[in-house]
Design a protein around this ligand. Structure first.
Ligand code: DGY
Length: 323
C-alpha cells in the first residue's frame, strides 16, 4: 500500500502528478492557510506531511500517531520543534540550494531600493511632487565600491557576495560561526568579529537562521555600532532582529535605512510603526517567490518526502535531525 501524505500548502500540478505516482495524498484546498485544527484532523492517518511553515510541535506530533516524515517547502525550518521531532524519530527535510540565487537577487534589490530611495521617490513622482530644479532632495547613497558586511555566510550569503563583489565592485567582510576559506578566496571576503563588521560595513546583510541562540541577535547594541550612513537588510527571519530597537535606530537617524523582507510577526500589522517610516523598504516575505523557484522548491520537497517514506535516504534532512 502506498503511504498516506497530507499536503498542507499549495503545490504546482507537476508536483502533484509526481506525488500521485508514489503516494496517496490529500491536500488543503481552502483559501488562505490551513487552520490548525483542520491540519490536526487530517494528520490522524498521515504517514507524511508536506508543509510550508506550519508549526510542527509536541501537540501536532501527539495527534499524528503514524507520522514518519515532515517535508517543508522552505530552506528555513524554525517552525520545526527539533527536540520533539528527534524524540519521535520523525525525519525532517527542507529545500536548500534551489532558492539561493533568487533570494540573493532580492537582497540586492532591497540594497539598491534603500540606498537610492527607490520606493520613496517612485511615490514622489506619482504624487506629482517632482519639480524642475529638484536636486539634493533626490540624493541617495552609492552602492558600488562600498563595503558589504554579511552576517551568516551560507550559500545565500555567498550568492549575495558574488553579485556585490563582481557586479558592484564591493568589498566583502563577513561574520560566520566558521571561517569560509572558499568565500575568502573567491570574493576576497575578509572575516571579522561582529563588532568590527558593524563598524566597518556600509551595508549589513543579516542571513542568520532563526534558532533559540539567534533570537534578537540584532538589537540596540548592534544598531548603535553601525555607521549613520549604514543600511541594514534582513531577508532571513524577522525574530532575529529586535524590531523596537530597529525602529528607534531608524527614527533617531542612527542608520540611514533598512530593507526588510521579514518581520517578527507575519503578516506585519498595517499600523506597525516601522511601516510609517520613509527610510524603510518593506516586502511581504518574498525572498524565494518566483514561479520557477517555488516550483523547484515544491518538487524538491515532494522528492524529499517520497524518499523518506519509501525508505530511501532523503537528500535534504535538516542538519540537526541527521543520523
Ligand atoms: C525559506 O525558504 O525559508 C524562505 O524564507 C521562503 O521564502
Amino acid at each position: 500500500m502506498k503511504p498516506h501524505v497530507y499536503v498542507a500548502c499549495k503545490i504546482p500540478d507537476e508536483t502533484e502528478s509526481y506525488l500521485a505516482k508514489h503516494v496517496q495524498y490529500r491536500k488543503w484546498e481552502g483559501p488562505g492557510a490551513i487552520p490548525y485544527e483542520v491540519l490536526l484532523e487530517e494528520l490522524a492517518e498521515a504517514d507524511g506531511l508536506l508543509t510550508s511553515g506550519n508549526k510542527i510541535g509536541l501537540e501536532l506530533l501527539s495527534r499524528a500517531p503514524k507520522l514518519k516524515a515532515v517535508s517543508t517547502m522552505s530552506v528555513g525550518y524554525n517552525h520545526f520543534d527539533l527536540d520533539a521531532m528527534k524524540e519521535r524519530g520523525i525525519i525532517g527535510t527542507h529545500t536548500p540550494n534551489v532558492l539561493d540565487d533568487t533570494v540573493a537577487d532580492l537582497i540586492l534589490a532591497l540594497m539598491l531600493a534603500v540606498c537610492r530611495r527607490v520606493p520613496e521617490l517612485d511615490t514622489y513622482v506619482k504624487q506629482g511632487q517632482w519639480k524642475k530644479g529638484d536636486n539634493d532632495v533626490l540624493f541617495g547613497l552609492d552602492m558600488h565600491h562600498k563595503k558589504l558586511g554579511i552576517i551568516g555566510m551560507g550559500r545565500i550569503g555567498e550568492a549575495v557576495a558574488q553579485r556585490a563583489h563582481f557586479g558592484f565592485g564591493m568589498d566583502i567582510v563577513y561574520h560566520n560561526r566558521h571561517r569560509k576559506p572558499d568565500a575568502e578566496h573567491k570574493f576576497g571576503a575578509k572575516y571579522a568579529e561582529m563588532n568590527d563588521l558593524l563598524h566597518e560595513a556600509d551595508f549589513v546583510v543579516l542571513m542568520t537562521p532563526l534558532t533559540p541562540q539567534t533570537r534578537h541577535l540584532f538589537g540596540r547594541n548592534e544598531f548603535a555600532q553601525m555607521k549613520p550612513t549604514g543600511i541594514f537588510i534582513n531577508a532571513s527571519r524577522g525574530p532575529v532582529v529586535d524590531e523596537e530597537a530597529l525602529t528607534e535606530a531608524l527614527q533617531q537617524g542612527q542608520i540611514f535605512g533598512a530593507g526588510l523582507d521579514v518581520f517578527e510577526r507575519e503578516p506585519v500589522q498595517p499600523d506597525h510603526t516601522l511601516l510609517q517610516l520613509q527610510n524603510v523598504v518593506t516586502l511581504p516575505h518574498i525572498g524565494s517567490a518566483t514561479a520557477q523557484t517555488r516550483n523547484d522548491m515544491a518538487m524538491l520537497a515532494a522528492e524529499n518526502l517520497v524518499s523518506a517514506l519509501l525508505g530511501a535516504d532523503p537528500q535534504n534532512v535538516v542538519p540537526e535531525l541527521r543520523k
